[in-house]
Design a protein around this ligand. Structure first.
Ligand code: 13P
Ligand code: SF4
Length: 334
């Protein structure tokens, strides 16, 4: 049984998953009350549903969220994001209570790199430095020298002496992009994000023809053939900032569709078109991120469950890789 399955079973036994929320409650008001009562802070990723973004104290990308988790003086961190993000917050602030509205909010990228298999893989390259994208489990971070996010990945790679070999895990698309960008050869783990691999090249080309003035902007978790077409490549914050400063008024956005809420808020006169997936479902929505709802956010704050609990050895051995990433980011002014 996985850690997630065990945690969920325990919660089910306690009845936390079966709580009905009174539909007459004004959840925005109730959540605001709970925040004050409990000295809690809500950190939300851009891929969360609009209501959650609107009630959050901080909305950001993976780097911004980690920086906030490390710096907050709140007693409770409510993480509206996915499991690896809440784990990272717990590693950075182990004395605080970290809550995740739905423990099953996982990540296909994190799941694509099981620590026992990676450990064996790493043994083949004993002199290499391991750089892991932060989208990995807490246990994988114990096998990592330096973490990175899509905002600071170039600076992290460039901080490593040129004569040192590098293993990059788990995102092969980001890894290939970084090899091009930095000119460094790296050993890549073959993982990927289910959301960023679903975009249709053909449909995007057609969309560009119908909207010739539109800028095509993409997250580096997308496949290389899409990145080659992009007018701009960046993390979620990078993409958002680009749409604010660009003179263009139309954008085709190749990342999870939740980011468009902030883009539209910041530039109401501009048009944002989600890049189409290669089928007819809403596959450019991350099913893991979207497991969190306003109702679950409310019950999790009220009952202070589900809570992220990590063994001490994971916090002790995994934290250094996140601290190194934050040091490199601070030096680079990120
Ligand atoms: P960033 O927000 O750091 O760009 O990461 C995107 C992502 O896939 C998070 O799961
Ligand atoms: Fe993971 Fe992709 Fe969802 Fe981000 S968008 S949480 S990388 S599955």
């Amino acid at each position: 049984m996985t850690t997630l399955a065990i945690a969920e079973k325990q919660l089910q036994q306690k009845g936390y998953l079966d709580i009905d929320v009174d539909p007459a409650l004004d959840l925005f008001e109730e959540i605001e009350k709970l925040k004050k009562e409990k000295n809690a802070i809500i950190l939300a990723h851009y891929y969360q549903e609009p209501d959650i973004q609107d009630i959050a104290d901080y909305i950001g990308d993976s780097l911004g969220l980690s920086q906030q988790a490390a710096a907050t003086d709140a007693d409770i961190i409510v993480f509206a994001g996915v499991h690896f993000m809440a784990e990272t917050a717990k590693m950075l602030s182990p004395q605080k209570k970290v809550l995740l509205p739905d423990l099953k909010a996982g990540c296909s990228l994190a799941d694509s790199c099981p620590p026992p298999v990676f450990r064996k893989f790493k043994e083949k390259y004993p002199d290499h430095i391991v750089v892991s994208y932060i989208n990995c489990t807490a246990e994988l971070k114990t096998l990592t020298d330096i973490c990175c996010t899509s905002t600071n990945a170039v600076q992290v790679i460039e901080s490593i002496p040129k004569d040192k070999g590098i293993i990059f895990a788990p995102d092969v698309n980001l890894g290939r992009y970084l090899m091009k960008k930095t000119g460094r050869d790296m050993v890549l783990w073959n993982g990927s994000c289910m959301v960023h691999e679903i975009f249709s090249h053909e449909k995007i080309v057609k969309l560009k023809m119908r909207h010739p003035e539109a800028q095509f902007i993409a997250h580096p978790e997308c496949e290389g053939h899409l990145l080659e077409m992009a007018d701009f490549i960046g993390s979620t914050t990078g993409l958002l900032n680009y749409t604010k400063r660009s003179e263009a008024t139309e954008f085709i956005v190749a990342t999870e569709v939740g980011i468009i809420h902030q883009m539209q808020k910041a530039s109401p006169h501009k048009t944002f078109i989600p890049a189409p997936p290669n089928n007819t479902c809403a596959c450019n929505e991350c099913p893991h991120m979207k497991r969190n709802t306003l109702e679950k956010l409310y019950t999790c704050m009220k009952y202070e469950q589900p809570e992220i609990i990590l063994p001490d050895w994971i916090i002790e051995q995994g934290r250094a890789s996140i601290d190194r990433m934050l040091e490199i980011s601070a030096k680079a002014g990120l």
